[in-house]
Design a protein around this ligand. Structure first.
Ligand SMILES: [Zn+2]
Length: 117
């Protein structure tokens, strides 16, 4: 079931999982780093994409960073007004903060660790 989260590093609001059931995979936007031409990650940068360090190993979030806060049950963004979005940006956490990370439905594969067959 989709719920609405606020990133604890960048403040972005997003619904996860998506209405299609897929994960949203929030990644904090980079911030300018003058005078260098490239942007850099902000403190506590969060990247929810899944990575697997070795074949068959346990998958995990690329970078949990500061985590995320559950701010509304269900999708509170799709039909939200600007006032409702502003309220969500300041809303208190529902439950533990940061919210527990959801399980990753991507199983480690012992046969691959052992060299495969
Ligand atoms: Zn973020």
């Amino acid at each position: 079931m989709p719920d609405t989260y606020r990133c604890r590093a960048c403040g972005a609001l997003y619904v996860d999982p998506l209405a299609t059931g897929e994960r949203a995979f929030h990644v904090c936007a980079l911030v300018p780093d003058p005078p260098r031409p490239l942007a850099k990650p902000r403190p506590g940068h969060r990247d929810e994409t899944w990575v697997q360090e070795q074949l068959g190993g346990a998958p995990h979030l690329r970078r949990p960073g500061m985590g995320r806060t559950l701010v509304a049950l269900g999708d509170a963004l799709s039909d939200a007004t600007l006032a409702e979005i502003a309220a969500l940006q300041a809303a208190p956490a529902i439950g533990p903060d940061p919210a527990p990370e959801p399980p990753i439905p991507w199983r480690a594969d012992p046969a691959m660790i052992a060299g495969g067959t």
